[in-house]
Design a protein around this ligand. Structure first.
Ligand SMILES: Nc1ncnc2c1ncn2[C@@H]1O[C@H](COP(=O)(O)OP(=O)(O)OP(=O)(O)O)[C@@H](O)[C@H]1O
Length: 444
């Protein structure tokens, strides 16, 4: 994550260059004012002082990306330094209203001092041209990449590496976990970067109309996954989990994703496979996602590519731009890339159409079937929508739901038709009876 551990980074050169210029001016003045022997003495003292200064400082450069992945330490430093900005900082960047608040960061060249366990460190933010990006894509204007430069005394090197940097990372995690709103990232802007929007989906595990046992199983699985960082490390496996949500339209797959994000306080990355023009573009988009995120591929059955690996190429040249192997490689690459938690969620209305390679354990760890509305599901909806826990019509609804297949989305719509619970539930019974009599047992 740290892109360089060296005494001579660009910022040091800048400081050194500035110092050298001052020395040259000083040298001219000294030459004119002091006798030769005194001059030699002054210069030898200055030289010794400077070489000690250089040898006693360590500089770490933390680039925006590391091994083509988003550098989590860079992201952490950005959030961490937000809380370290003081009135002494006159040169700031502001923006990002995603969470309803103004984000602040230090501007190019601005420095921030931090004290940790009796050691003093200096942070500086710098901007440089992305050389690699320019070589790879000469038609586009060069992208600017930021980097944080951390300078401290050589004697504190061990403490910085062993305690201070982990402290920056854990503070960042705590900030993220304490956040009330998450973001949902989409690829717009010619697919060149992820753009965040506030994730305002109100769905939670409490509002999800699914069988209580299933709900409990999913929550336990998520909790176990989060707890097991050290376990994954011990057994030498990447710390990741894949969920496949399948079931008819309107049974709550999108609601489940929002509930997971709200429960875990994870951001969501919405991966629309159809918008990628190549496997490598998909790979780099995945690498730019941050840790503690849900990477979501909705309606994967609509992406012809994932039906059958052998036919993945040349099925529909207009449509088909990423291959199944591309997706699988990107997923494997993403997960082996760093030790941070990743969850990937695929949704489909037609599980049977997916290539088995995608479904095998290790890729999709848990297959979750979201069914037509059960009576237990209905009770959750009635409680959420009408604030009603029991009602004389419940018995009829229960017996009708055993015979008629209706999605929670349709039931939810029926429950919204009036504020009066008696009216709504009477209407729902009538609606279900009509469905039963009409012989329309299946929706859609
Ligand atoms: N299991 C559920 N629990 C609570 N609400 C649900 C559930 N399923 C559907 N709904 C309601 O129906 C709406 C549509 O559901 P949602 O988009 O989550 O379904 P979906 O399975 O993702 O559908 P599609 O496959 O068409 O994308 C939701 O906004 C929610 O109000």
């Amino acid at each position: 994550m740290i892109s360089g551990l060296k005494n001579t980074t660009s910022s040091w050169f800048e400081a050194y260059a500035a110092l050298s210029t001052s020395i040259m001016i000083l040298q001219t003045a000294i030459n004119q004012l002091l006798p030769l022997r005194l001059r030699t003495f002054v210069f030898s003292i200055l030289k010794r002082f400077l070489s000690r200064l250089i040898a006693s400082c360590v500089t770490l450069t933390i680039d925006e990306s590391w091994d083509n992945c988003r550098n989590q330490l860079y992201v952490a430093a950005k959030e961490y330094l937000h809380s370290k900005i003081t009135h002494a900082n006159k040169n700031l960047r502001v923006g990002n209203l995603v969470r309803g608040e103004i984000a602040m960061a230090i501007q190019d060249g601005e420095a921030v001092e931090d004290v940790f366990d009796k050691i003093k460190v200096n942070w500086r933010f710098c901007v440089k041209e992305d050389e690699l990006g320019r070589q790879q894509n000469q038609n586009n204007p060069p992208k600017l990449k930021g980097m944080y430069v951390l300078t401290f005394s050589e004697k504190d090197r061990k403490k910085v590496m062993d305690s201070y940097l982990p402290h920056v990372l854990s503070t960042y995690k705590a900030i993220k976990e304490g956040r009330k709103t998450m973001s949902i990232y989409n690829r717009i802007n010619n697919n060149r970067s992820w753009t965040p929007l506030a994730l305002n989906h109100p769905s939670t595990f409490d509002t999800l109309a699914i069988e209580p046992e299933l709900k409990k199983g999913i929550i336990n699985d998520l909790d176990r996954f989060l707890r097991r960082k050290d376990f994954y490390k011990k057994i030498g496996k990447p710390w990741k989990r894949g969920y496949l949500l399948y079931g008819p339209p309107g049974t709550g797959k999108s609601s489940m994703i929002a509930a997971m994000a709200n429960y875990l306080k994870f951001d969501v990355y919405n991966l629309d496979l159809a918008t990628f023009s190549s496997d490598s573009e998909l790979m780099s988009a995945l690498r730019e996602t941050s840790s503690r995120s849900l990477i979501v591929v909705e309606d994967i059955d609509c992406n012809k590519v994932v039906h059958d690996r052998s036919k993945a190429v040349n099925v529909d040249p207009m449509f088909l731009k990423v291959t199944l192997s591309g997706i699988l490689n990107a997923m494997d690459g993403l997960w082996s890339g760093n030790g941070d938690e990743r969850i990937i969620v695929f949704t489909t209305n037609h599980k049977e159409r997916l290539d088995p390679a995608l479904l095998r354990p290790g890729r999709m760890d848990m297959h979750i079937y979201l069914s037509f509305c059960t009576f237990n599901g209905f009770r959750i909806l009635a409680s959420n929508y009408l604030d009603v826990q029991s009602h004389p019509s419940f018995e009829q609804v229960e017996s009708l739901l055993e015979k008629v297949e209706v999605t929670p989305a349709t039931i939810a719509e029926e429950l919204l038709k009036s504020d009066d619970a008696d009216v709504v539930l009477g209407g729902l019974v009538e609606f279900l009876e009509q469905k039963e009599m009409g012989g329309v047992k299946k929706e859609g």
